[in-house]
Design a protein around this ligand. Structure first.
Ligand SMILES: Nc1ncnc2c1ncn2[C@@H]1O[C@H](COP(=O)(O)OP(=O)(O)OP(=O)(O)O)[C@@H](O)[C@H]1O
Ligand SMILES: [Mg+2]
Length: 280
């Protein structure tokens, strides 16, 4: 187990960002899903040792995060949800600067590593451009590149696919699934397709607690038999599709036109607080 979190709490004034959260992750890609304010960023910042919990314990790569911060930091890569870039730096200079902070002292080896991660995210051609001259999606890729420096054992990515175009998302998925083969990757996202395409496991947070843990197929299966189409609005959650029919989630009335659910259906049903199979 590379990440074991127990009873994590964090309060900001009266609001509880994490409410006794227990969570674990191992080699491979784990996706964190949850609505705005669920506590994803708070959790990831704690895993990155950037924020201390009020209570609870975190073990990372066999080490105690309260005690072995420096050793842990040497082995992790972290993409924050909001990154502050030195906008006057070029892409190369910025990633090289992070590499220096990561104690890569040999200049030639470090520059090779910077070039490697920039190539991984498809930024070799713009490595001498100023950060401020990049598009938002390109800037996100610079953030992903710096998180990959030094082949960290634990990679934490907070909403890495925001702003990426479809082609880059595909590239990103290939890259991350390759990295997840022998390392632990934890990423948060609002894109359920990212989870389907790339995560072996998915964890859903809500109100600072873990409300689901399983495979993407298991999350989807929560909506099995609870997803149907109709001419009128009829589910607990119901919306009009492009074809003019309503797609409904909830307890299907007898004789409904049941359809195959997506992972998003399972996720929405879970958040709606309706346990699949429960009667209203
Ligand atoms: N620095 C802070 N000061 C006060 N409240 C905070 C702070 N950081 C987070 N919170 C609160 O903690 C809760 C969890 O926030 P967090 O950013 O972890 O959610 P999230 O799941 O990452 O949401 P999003 O999907 O919007 O990124 C929210 O209620 C938020 O308002
Ligand atoms: Mg967040």
């Amino acid at each position: 187990m590379s990440v074991v979190v127990e009873g994590l709490t964090k309060a900001y004034g009266r609001s509880r960002a994490l409410d006794g959260l227990s969570f674990s992750a191992y080699q491979g890609v784990t996706g964190l899903l949850g609505p705005n304010g669920a506590g994803k960023t708070t959790l990831i910042r704690m895993l990155a040792t950037a924020l201390a919990p009020d209570g609870g314990t975190i073990r990372l790569l066999g080490m105690d995060s309260a005690r072995d911060q420096a050793a842990i930091r040497r082995r992790l890569g972290y993409l924050p949800q909001e990154t502050g870039y030195h906008r006057a730096f070029t892409v190369f200079e910025f990633v090289d600067y992070v590499a220096i902070l990561k104690e890569m002292v040999d200049r030639r080896a470090r520059h090779d590593e910077v070039r490697r991660v920039l190539a991984e995210v498809g930024l070799s051609d713009v490595s001498h451009k100023k950060i401020r001259a990049l598009s938002g999606g390109m800037r996100r890729r610079v953030g992903i590149a710096q998180a990959l420096l030094g082949e960290p054992a634990l990679v934490l990515l907070d909403e890495p696919t925001v702003g990426l175009d479809p082609e880059q998302r595909l590239r990103f998925r290939e890259l991350i699934s390759r990295i997840g083969e022998d390392r632990t990757v934890i990423l948060s996202t609002h894109q359920t397709e990212d989870v389907t395409a790339l995560c072996a496991r998915v964890v859903v947070l809500k109100g600072g607690r873990q409300v689901f843990e399983g495979t993407p197929a298991e999350l989807r299966a929560l909506a099995d038999g609870h997803t149907w189409l109709s001419d009128e609005r009829s589910g607990v959650l119901s919306w009009r599709t492009g074809e003019g029919l309503f797609r409904n989630l909830g307890d299907a009335p007898a004789g409904s036109r049941l359809v195959e659910p997506t992972i998003e259906d399972g996720y929405l049903l879970l958040l709606g607080g309706i346990p699949a199979g429960a009667t209203r």
